[in-house]
Structure formats: structure tokens, C-alpha cells
Design a protein around this ligand. Structure first.
Ligand code: CMC
Length: 430
């Protein structure tokens, strides 16, 4: 007999099914609670709510485990490429050599963006944040690439996936070039996905960009580490907006907007700003640790803590190693890496951080890798967005195929005024 949980309210007992995941996590299924009992559940921030059943990403926050489609993140970071990982997330299995080259060819075919999109870029006010621009441009893609009625739904979805994966990278590099007043560099069919991005960002007619395999590898790892993270804020936004059956571009645009926030993807920019502030104020980390612990100070140690990880974020461990490798390869040193290491060491000896399980997360070291590669600070969260795209796409696809899927519509408990009458403005006093 299947295990159930018992809920007793108003003297009546209700049996609630228990759902067990393939890794043994257990949940009480309350899908019919309201229908059967008239009660809803209250869970601000959804920290206790499973919004779906998913087969894409497994994370165990207590033990610091992350796997995409069952494969540990460490193995993917070591052996895979971003494009292969994107294929894995979207299709469920690693591609064969033939499938991978077909997928790459498809991305290459869709890598250019409509020339008219450039006029969009040119009319954003100077200094606009690239995340705002990216969210608008992605939403605008539907207007430039409308649905073609002759295509089957499956074909339309496949083309949209390829367009998004390929064009987001082109749009990001193009926005950087235009914002700096430089000539746009087009994607090349001779280069891989990551090499192409670096070339579009940094090549110029007067200073050709030299593609270094180790830097291309570092970018692959950076994007693999960001590729999915189950039901995080931006992915939940994509699923929620997608549940209204909007087109995929609009759903991804919502994800980009959610990612922009400093508590989510925007943290990678905020971390470097914080490290810079510590460095500029003399490099002492203790005053910042003190501020982070002060309940009356809104300051938080950026790049520390996580809603699910109560252990070292496995992505942060790989990213930290990557910092050292990239700086060594480029024969650079970054004073902010020294500040970061000192901050981590001090925080991890402090009972406030240890008792609350605040460890470095993926954003703590990622900015140092990006700085070394030459990515400007205001593009950091755009880099996160490009990386997270395969996750958003696969989660959107899964939600669409889910037979239990329905319009996302949470409930609330109303605690406002009871019924009262409308008072005409003339009777409301001054
Ligand atoms: N420094 C200082 N205090 C913290 C921190 C931190 N990094 N993180 C949480 N707290 C405190 C917070 O002030 C609050 O204190 P109080 O209960 O006294 O008000 C308490 O811990 C609980 O905070 P919360 O925001 O309710 O808890 P959460 O588990 O939802 O927080 C978090 C998760 C990531 C929003 C938070 O740890 C944080 O703000 N970290 C800094 C921002 C950051 O690095 N974000 C990137 C997350 S990883 C990338 C991603 O997936 O987007």
C-alpha cells in the first residue's frame, strides 16, 4: 500500500499521498487539498513547495550535490562543452557525435540577427543596463521571427530553441560593441559557440582577437556551471509566465528580468563591486563581516548563502579553481581574488556564517573569471543569462509536456479591510 500523510482539520482526517523522487526526496501531494478540504497552504517564498515534478536537474543542498539529467556537474565541467550540456538538458541524453554536429550546424544557421534589430540598440538611452536591453530584445524576437503556420508545432519549437540559443549570444556581443561605439563583429561558421562569442566581443579591425583554447574552455565551464539550477527564481518565472501559453521568447524575457536582481543572477556584479569596495577601503574584511552580521544594517555578504545549499555550492568550488587557472594562463594577478579568499576564510571561521550555513555560492568567484577574460562588469549578469538559457528552455519544454501542467495561479490569505462603503471625494475631508 502507498504511504500517505494524515491531515486532521476540524475533526476530520484526510489522507494525502506521499510522492517519492528517484533520489529518495519525499513530498506530501496537496494538489487536491483545496477541492477536498476548502483549505489552501500558506508558504511565502515557496521554500516548502514543490511546484512540479521534474527530470532535468537534481540538487541536494545539504550535501552540496548538483547533477544535470543524472550526470554530476563536476564531470560535465571537466569533459563536456556548453553546447553538449545544452543538448543534454533539452533532450534528456548526451548527443551522439552525429547529433552533436547536427545541433552545432543548426545553431550556426541561426546565429545572425535581423539587421533591423540594430536600430533597436541604437535607440536605447546611453548607459542603459545590458540586462534591460537583453530582456527587451528577446521579447522583440517574436516580432522579427513570427510563427510560420505551415510548420508543425515540433518544428517551430526546435527552430525557436536554436534561434534563442544562438542569437542570445550574438545579441549580447552586439550590444557590447554598439555600447562602446565599435564595429559589430558577425558570428563565424568556422568557430565554436564559445570561441565565436569571445571573437564577437573582442575582435576589432585594428586588433585581431587571438583565440586561446584555455580561455574558450574556461568560458565553456562558466556556462556549464550556470546552465540549470532547478526551480530557482528566474526558472520559476519562465515556467509561470509560460503556463499562460505565451510564446517562448516572452517567457525567456521574463526569466532574464528575474535574473537581473542582485539576490539572484545580479549577485555576480554585486560581488565584484563589494570586493572592489573592500579593496579600495584598504583590504580589511572584518568591518564588512561585522556589517553583514548586523541586523540593523541591510548589507549582505554578496556571493554568500543560498536558499537551498546549506553546504559549499559545488559550482563555487569549480569556479574558484577556474579563477586560479585562468589568471595563471593569462599571467595576470587580480587583487580582488586575494580579497575574496580572505573574505571566505574569515567568514568560514565565523560562527554566524557557519551556524547559518552561509557558504560561497556560484557568484562569489565567477566575476574574477569574467574580469580576467575581459568581460565588462555590467555584462556579468548577461553572461549568467546566456548560461542559464538551456535550463530555461528545457524547463519550459518540460512544463508544456507535463500532463499535470496548468495555468500557474497561487492563492493568498486576505488580511485587509473588511467590506466598507465607497465615500465620495467631497465627503472625505481635506
Ligand atoms: N550575508 C548576510 N546575511 C545573510 C546573507 C548574506 N549573504 N544571506 C542571508 N542572510 C541573512 C538575512 O539577512 C536574513 O537575516 P534575518 O533573518 O535576520 O532577516 C537571513 O539570513 C535569511 O535570509 P533570506 O534572504 O530570508 O534567506 P534565503 O535563504 O532566502 O537567502 C539568498 C538566500 C541567496 C537570497 C541570500 O543568502 C542572499 O541574499 N545572499 C547574497 C546574494 C547572493 O549571493 N545571491 C546569489 C545566490 S546564488 C545564484 C543564484 O542562484 O541566483
Amino acid at each position: 500500500m502507498k504511504e500517505t500523510a494524515r491531515l486532521i482539520v476540524d475533526g476530520k482526517t484526510y489522507e494525502l499521498p506521499i510522492v517519492e523522487g528517484t533520489e529518495g526526496e519525499r513530498a506530501i501531494d496537496i494538489s487536491n487539498l483545496c477541492r477536498d478540504t476548502g483549505f489552501i497552504t500558506l508558504d511565502p517564498g515557496f521554500g516548502n513547495t514543490g511546484s512540479c515534478i521534474s527530470s532535468i536537474t537534481y540538487m541536494d543542498g545539504v550535501n552540496g550535490i548538483l547533477r544535470y539529467r543524472g550526470i554530476p556537474i563536476e564531470q560535465l565541467a571537466e569533459h563536456s562543452s556548453f553546447i553538449e550540456t545544452a543538448y543534454l538538458l533539452i533532450n534528456g541524453d548526451l548527443p551522439t557525435a552525429g547529433q552533436l554536429s547536427q545541433f552545432s550546424a543548426r545553431l550556426n544557421d541561426h546565429s545572425l540577427v535581423h539587421e533591423d534589430m540594430r536600430t533597436f540598440f541604437e535607440h536605447f538611452p546611453h548607459g542603459s543596463h545590458p540586462m534591460g536591453i537583453l530582456a527587451s530584445m528577446v521579447n522583440a524576437l517574436r516580432a522579427f521571427y513570427p510563427e510560420i503556420p505551415q510548420r508543425s508545432e515540433e518544428e517551430e519549437i526546435d527552430i525557436t530553441f536554436a534561434r534563442l540559443l544562438s542569437k542570445l549570444r550574438t545579441l549580447a556581443a552586439m550590444s557590447y560593441k554598439i555600447s562602446t561605439g565599435m564595429k559589430v563583429v558577425y558570428p563565424s561558421h568556422r568557430l565554436s559557440y564559445c570561441a565565436n562569442f569571445l571573437n564577437m566581443m573582442f575582435d576589432s579591425p585594428v586588433r585581431p582577437y587571438h583565440i586561446d583554447d584555455d580561455i574558450v574552455h574556461a568560458l565553456n565551464v562558466f556556462w556549464i556551471l550556470h546552465a540549470d539550477h532547478e526551480q530557482n527564481c528566474s526558472t520559476s518565472a519562465v515556467r509561470l509566465v509560460g503556463s499562460a501559453r505565451v510564446n517562448l521568447y516572452a517567457a525567456i524575457s521574463a526569466g532574464i528580468s528575474a535574473l537581473w536582481g542582485p539576490l539572484h543572477g545580479g549577485a555576480n556584479q554585486a560581488v565584484v563591486e563589494m570586493l572592489q569596495e573592500i579593496h579600495d577601503s584598504g583590504g580589511e574584511v572584518e568591518p564588512f563581516i561585522k556589517r553583514a552580521k548586523d541586523k540593523n544594517d541591510p548589507f549582505r555578504l554578496m556571493g554568500f548563502g543560498h536558499s537551498v545549499y546549506k553546504n559549499y555550492d559545488p559550482r563555487a568550488r569549480i569556479m574558484k579553481e577556474m579563477c586560479e587557472k585562468v589568471l595563471k594562463k593569462l599571467r595576470q594577478s587580480d587583487p580582488l581574488l586575494e580579497v575574496a579568499k580572505k573574505l571566505e576564510e574569515t567568514a568560514l571561521k565565523d560562527s554566524y556564517f557557519m551556524d547559518n550555513h552561509f557558504y560561497p555560492n556560484v557568484d562569489f568567484y565567477s566575476g574574477i573569471v569574467l574580469r580576467a577574460i575581459g568581460i565588462p562588469l555590467n555584462m556579468f549578469t548577461v553572461m549568467f543569462a546566456i548560461g542559464r538559457l538551456p535550463g530555461w528552455i528545457s524547463q519550459w519544454k518540460e512544463s508544456l509536456d507535463d500532463p499535470r501542467g496548468r495555468l500557474h495561479r497561487p492563492r493568498q490569505i486576505y488580511m485587509g479591510s473588511n467590506k466598507r462603503d465607497y465615500i465620495p471625494v467631497s465627503e472625505r475631508g481635506q
